[in-house]
Design a protein around this ligand. Structure first.
Ligand code: G3I
Length: 390
């Protein structure tokens, strides 16, 4: 039976089709019930990892109602990241009006299945309403912008206190080009209003709002070159200033041939040497041609080839499996430092890479195909996790 129900994303109401149950809250529990039985029966990635590393996925709350995705998530994973629902524009689109329904649904699903939740994110230049930093196109005063940042973090980290294991406190604050100041920060609206210490302030506010949550800095392409060096500098500067930072997120939006596992290995070791936990927070492997790697949301491209519209060739399936196997192998070699690996999506149909950097292509970046069937890449990852879990 198909039923129409509504989900709230931020302040907007979006009508979506879903199969099955009526009320959103009810269906979370009902889908959860079935999924829980499956997760108890075991056999997923979470069981293979055997408590040695958290295995996470990013989902949108409404997807948990999907008859394929819901059971897949509860069977395979033990950690959830809200793909969008806890971001600033989703929880506080309008100043002072907080909306937690979608994020709360995700937390309820996680609780029903013995999963952890990671909060994503408290401060970002993207998906964070401009009113936080600007008025009429002009930066707010430092005091006003700091007050907005504190109120946001108090509101959100306060609401999820005790429900999330950690927060991506600041996301993608390091510039890909020259950048600002000694570290080379992105010239974000937050930086323009507050100054370079907006990052330290965000961490301080988060530590005060939820003292038991781990606090992470999260970024893409931070496994090599300038971005790696800058991230190390940032971690050092925060620590020197006495700011609590528990971990660094390497997003892991990677490609078939980039970066090398050697580069990944060196980066993990470099971060671990700074005394922070290392997490792969948004892993996927882009199989389509594109001009540049990473996840700079504005670096959109037009007219890229779409060679696997009808499905991934078996040769490419094998190559993708090899690539995922090698990635998890290098992560396992660094098991003392890696506390979590999160995939950015569930099956291929859910991946943001179907629309980035070129809109409307057919990507195959994850471990399940569009029907939720395990790909060879799944088997390769599971094999590595079984080894990791020993
Ligand atoms: O909320 C609106 C909704 O009201 C509207 O009906 C719908 C129509 O397209 O759009 C909805 O917003 C979309 C939002 O996802 C929620 O679905 C945005 O257009 C879309 O741009 C947005 O994309 C997200 C993107 O972050 C935004 O920057 C992706 O789903 C999400 O996977 C992606 O995640 C980021 C991480 O947070 C940080 N690292 C990079 C990663 C990939 O970009």
């Amino acid at each position: 039976m198909e039923k129409l129900f509504s989900r709230v994303v931020g302040m907007r109401c979006v009508m979506v089709m879903a199969v099955g149950l009526s009320a959103l809250g009810m269906s979370a529990v009902a889908v959860g019930g079935a999924g829980q039985a499956e997760s108890k029966a075991g056999g997923g990635l979470r069981d293979a990892a055997n408590g040695k590393v958290l295995i996470g996925t990013a989902v949108m709350a409404y997807q948990l109602q999907d008859p394929v995705i819901g059971p897949l998530v509860s069977r395979e994973f033990n950690c959830l990241t809200a793909e969008n629902e806890m971001k600033p524009e989703a929880v506080q689109r309008e100043k002072g009006v907080f909306t937690f329904e979608a994020g709360d649904k995700l937390v309820a699903f996680a609780e029903a299945h013995g999963m952890k939740v990671v909060g994503h994110n408290l401060c970002w230049h993207n998906q964070m309403p401009r009113w936080n930093w600007e008025k009429d196109g002009q930066p707010l005063s430092r005091e006003e912008a700091l007050a907005n940042l504190k109120a946001h973090i108090d509101g959100v980290a306060g609401h999820y206190k005790g429900k999330v294991v950690g927060w991506d406190v600041v996301n993608e604050a390091i510039d890909d080009g020259p950048g600002v100041g000694d570290i080379g920060l992105r010239n974000t609206p937050a930086l323009k209003a507050i100054g370079e210490d907006y990052i330290a302030k965000a961490f301080e506010f988060a530590a005060a709002a939820d003292p038991s949550a781990e606090l992470y800095y999260n970024d893409y392409s931070n496994e090599s070159g300038q971005k790696l060096e800058r991230t190390l500098k940032l971690i050092r500067s925060l620590k020197k200033a006495g700011v609590k930072i528990d971990g660094v997120g390497m997003q892991g939006h990677w490609m078939m041939g980039w970066p090398s596992t050697d580069v990944i290995d060196k980066a993990i070791k470099a971060y671990a040497a700074e005394g922070v936990k290392v997490m792969i927070t948004e892993l996927d492997v882009d199989v389509l041609p594109r001009k540049q790697g990473g996840a700079e949301i504005n670096a959109v491209e037009k007219g890229g080839a779409d060679p696997y519209k009808e499905g991934l060739t078996s040769d490419m399936q094998d190559k993708l499996a090899k690539r995922y196997g090698e990635i998890f192998d290098v992560l396992r070699q660094n098991k003392e430092s890696i506390t979590r690996v999160t995939l950015w999506g569930t099956h291929d149909g859910t991946s943001w890479l179907n629309n980035y950097p070129v809109r409307g292509r057919t990507n195959h970046a994850l471990l399940w195909d569009r029907e939720g069937k395990e790909k060879p890449a799944y088997t390769a990852v599971k094999k590595e996790l079984e080894e990791w879990g020993k």
